[in-house]
Design a protein around this ligand. Structure first.
Ligand code: PEP
Ligand code: MG
Length: 891
């Protein structure tokens, strides 16, 4: 097996083998750009090393051979006392893991070659000794686990002895002494001297970079970002170039377009007489890249040429790291650059205009998650409010409100009509009611997978975590010299992680205004709105999946239609049983005779018919799936505890509470240990005579009424929680009778189908399809029953731990578990279609609006996804992306 590739042997498509950095260095080398000579050791070598603990056989010889080529190319030898070659040893995985792994610079330097390096640098002894002390420090920490503080302490001691504050105030002699001190620290901790053999340094550095794949922070990062554990890192060995050789040297970063807005132009920072690590450490202030034009016009002009070449070549925004060594420009890294959501859309549209990519590619280049980000309300920052602190933006959105410190208080204040922000050191499951009541959540501890973050994202609630600059007390918190008491107003930005004192006005997103039809994309002077419009239009043309919405009210249905919904995939009728209809529902539940029950149903029916008529009207011409009632009936009665207290108090006072007592008896009768697995869905329809019949009649009458108005009703009746075909057959027989009676041969088509949300239904789908014209996957229940996870309890209770352990990277209630629940979806789709080829297939669980899950449903061959109105655009875009991701990329 070949373990080492010369830069000239690689290319950008070999990132799996050479890592992103190595592959792009190779690509730039082959483009003829000025890249320092070097080679890359493959991820394969890393994997073998990690498995066996030793360098794989043959690796040393290969490195030796490539080293000779490198020495020849540079005209210098590693370890040459007069003119030494130094190399950097850099990590780089296939997927970028910024700052998570190790790099060792200046490898090859030793006691014997410091003078040679000084000579190379035009007699700059200070530079040579500084380079040497940096090597011992980095090598000690990274390769030999010497505690970094020991080196820092020695450096501080050297500065204190000289009475100076900055590193730059130490001269060559000081640094020479410091090298001695560092060597002593090294020997004390390792039991041996700092290795003087440059090849030994190189081999040990390579091993250390391999091992850094398994550094704690790297493992954690991979879990969070869902990067596979077994990729390994490549190691690039690159001839050192120095940006710290004087005023004609320097280092910088550049973007080929603005990564914030996506607008064309040159963006970047430059730091004269410095090395890359100085920029990262933020020790000195950088200047805008444009200043380089004045400082070094030739290098600047060359950099611009290279940036144009790279953009044309990668056909995308590139980010670049470069160094200028005595007026000579060197490219150290490039990659397709990260960007904001807005920039992603704008850049994609610009690149189409510049004929670098086609519209399919533009659709591939943006994501539903980015679109969702653009749809959240944002703070209006035109008054330039200054954040008081900045932490982890854990769940996007913008929220202002008064500060509360306990969940109870959050609930009380919210019930009194106040907007509140819940501030906690960290949250736990007891805080859940407070989190629900709050507009936003701020914690001083924890990151993106903390309890607060996970739960807030699940609820779509704004959350900022890990604000470690704030100190949370009982009834106040302090930050940057301010004390914020209970009741004071703060504003938290869950997208950027910024926290502001006082109220910051919230602005609706332009993208939502566009979807609402309030902004004309042709007139809007807004490149973002125009880009979103063009990309959405193309996604719509390309997608195969239809997108419907889950809506129970005419207002939701209307909004979803404006957002592009092509029908209703789920109307949850139980929501129509609340409010002022509770009394009628109670009568139904408490009825002891057939006559009473019929009377209650007869009172409900016209109300239901009007509900359905409103929905059918709003969705005129499009399908409307109405689900017959699903939850257990006792959910419509007061809670057992409240009733029991009420009745007991009344009895104590000698009062009569007949109705309450009746209700209490009913609730007791209906009480279930596991209501989610109890008398609900189709089971209710089979047990409570007339209930489903009333709903079917209401749907049929609404359809006939709309047809009479000249509309085009397309109702679909959906039976929930079916597990056996016999259940569906029974409901179907009764429904067909009613339909024959009400709809007759009026020509209004009414479909009857079922949800597939019980595992048994998925596994007997062939039988069930005999009695169903459509299936709609209820992936919420299918996940609940497939995993045995109570959907109302587990996410807040212990999912944070599951995420921490990497059991899954994202809640299966949020993104479909392809292996388990997805398998059931596939089985049911295949067997259902085998039994009934024209069976319509859709999904109406929460996953219908989740980007990853939409791709799965596309692959599984479903006809539509259905999701909440706000997620309709995201589903449209992802359905389009799923279609074009199958198609080959052009242009
Ligand atoms: C489902 O189970 O996926 C579903 C859509 O139904 P509900 O969430 O109402 O149980
Ligand atoms: Mg369900």
């Amino acid at each position: 097996m070949k373990f080492v590739y010369e830069f000239a042997e690689g290319n950008k498509d070999l990132a799996d083998l050479l890592g992103g950095k190595g592959a792009n260095l190779a690509e730039m080398t082959n483009l003829g750009l000025p890249v320092p000579a070097g080679f890359t050791i493959t991820t394969q070598a890393c994997k073998q090393y990690l498995a066996s603990g030793v360098r794989p056989a043959g690796l040393d010889d290969e490195i030796g051979a490539h080293l000779s080529t490198l020495e020849e190319a540079m005209g210098r030898r590693l370890g040459d006392p007069h003119d030494p070659l130094l190399v950097s040893v850099r990590s780089g995985a296939a997927i970028s893991m910024p700052g998570m792994m190790e790099t060792v610079l200046n490898v090859g330097l030793g006691d014997a070659s410091v003078a040679g390096l000084a000579a190379q640098a035009g007699g700059d002894e200070r530079f040579a000794w500084d380079s040497y002390r940096r090597l011992i420090q980095m090598f000690g920490k990274t390769v030999c686990d010497v505690p970094g503080e020991e080196f820092e302490d020695a450096l501080d001691a050297a500065k204190a002895a000289k009475g100076v504050r900055d590193d730059v105030d130490l001269d060559a002699a000081d640094l020479r002494e410091l090298v001695g001190a560092f060597q002593a620290v090294f020997a004390k901790h390792t039991g041996h001297e700092f290795p003087q053999d440059p090849r030994e340094q190189l081999d040990l550095a390579v091993e250390a970079v391999f091992r850094s794949w398994n550094a704690k922070r790297a493992v954690l990062y991979r879990r969070q970002e869902r990067i596979p554990e077994d990729l390994g890192t490549a190691v690039s060995v690159v001839a050192m170039v120095f940006g710290n050789l004087g005023a004609d040297s320097g280092t910088g970063v550049a973007f080929t377009r603005d990564p914030g807005t996506g607008e064309p132009g040159i963006y970047g920072d430059y730091l004269a007489n410095a090395q890359g690590e100085d920029v990262v450490a933020g020790i000195r202030n950088t200047v805008p890249l444009e200043d380089l034009e004045r400082l070094d016009p030739d290098s600047y002009a060359e950099l611009l040429r290279i940036m144009a070449t790279l953009e044309g070549h990668y056909r995308d925004l590139c980010d670049i790291e470069f160094t200028i060594e005595r007026g000579k420009l060197w490219m150290l890294q490039t990659r397709v650059g990260k960007r904001t959501a807005a920039a992603a859309f704008t850049i994609a549209a610009h690149l189409v205009d510049e004929e670098m990519i086609d519209m399919d590619e533009a659709v591939r280049r943006v994501t539903g998650a980015q679109l969702a980000q653009l749809m959240f309300p944002r703070f209006d920052l035109s008054d330039e409010p200054q954040p008081v602190t900045r932490a982890v933006g854990a769940s996007p959105g913008a929220a202002s409100g008064e500060v509360v410190f306990t969940a109870e208080h959050a609930v009380q204040r919210a019930e009194a009509g106040h907007r509140v922000i819940l501030v906690r050191r960290e949250t736990n499951p007891d805080d859940l009611p407070g989190m629900i009541a709050a507009r936003g959540i701020l914690t001083s501890r924890g990151g993106k997978t903390s309890h607060a973050a996970v739960v807030a994202r699940g609820m779509g609630k704004t959350c900022v975590c890990g604000a470690d600059e704030i100190t949370v007390g009982e009834r106040e918190f302090t930050v940057a010299g301010h004390t914020i008491a209970e009741g004071d107003v703060i504003s938290v930005d869950g997208t950027t992680g910024r926290v502001y004192l006082g109220e910051v006005p919230v602005r609706d997103s332009e993208v939502v205004q566009y979807f609402e039809g309030d902004l004309d994309p042709a007139n809007a002077n807004d490149p973002l709105v125009s880009a979103v419009h063009r990309i959405m239009t193309h996604a719509d043309e390309r997608r195969r999946l239809l997108v419907r919405t889950n809506a129970d009210t005419a207002a939701d249905a209307a909004r979803a239609r404006r957002f592009g919904a092509q029908g209703i995939g789920l109307c949850r009728t139980e929501h129509m049983f609340l409010g002022d209809r509770r009394e009628l529902v109670e009568k139904l539940i408490l009825a002891t005779t057939d006559a009473d029950r019929q009377a209650a149903l007869a009172a409900l029916q016209p109300l239901q018919r009007d509900d359905f008529l409103a929905l059918l009207r709003e969705m005129n011409g499009l399908p409307v799936t109405v689900r017959l009632i699903d939850p257990p009936l006792h959910e419509f009665l007061p809670a057992l505890e409240d009733l029991a207290v009420h009745v007991a108090v009344a009895r104590e006072r000698g009062e009569r509470a007949t109705r309450q007592e009746q209700m209490l008896a009913a609730v007791r009768r209906m009480h279930e240990q596991n209501p989610m697995l109890g008398l609900r869905g189709v089971r209710l329809g089979l047990v409570v005579p007339g209930l489903f019949a009333m709903q079917v009649r209401a749907i049929a009458e609404a359809a006939v009424a709309l047809a009479a108005e000249g509309g085009t009703p397309r109702p679909e009746i959906m039976v929930p929680l079916v597990g056996a075909v016999q259940e569906l057959e029974t409901v179907r027989a009764e429904a067909e009778k009613i339909l024959a009676e009400v709809v007759g041969d009026s020509g209004v088509p009414v479909l009857i189908g079922t949800m597939i949300e019980v595992p048994r239904a998925a596994l007997t789908a062939g039988q069930i399809a005999e009695a169903a014209e459509f299936f709609s996957f209820g992936t919420n229940d299918l996940t609940q029953m497939g995993w045995g996870f109570s959907r109302d309890d587990v996410e807040g209770a212990f999912f944070w731990r599951y995420l921490e352990l990497g059991i899954f990277g994202i809640s299966p209630f949020e993104s479909l578990d392809r292996d388990g629940v997805g398998r059931m979806v596939r089985i049911a789709s295949d067997e259902g279609r085998a039994a009934r080829p024209d069976l319509k297939l859709g999904v109406c669980g929460e996953h219908g609006g989740d980007p990853d899950s939409v791709h799965f449903f596309h692959e599984a061959g479903l006809d539509y996804v259905s999701c909440s109105p706000f997620r309709v655009p995201v589903a449209r875009l992802e359905a389009g992306r799923a279609a074009v991701l199958d198609a080959p990329s052009v242009g």
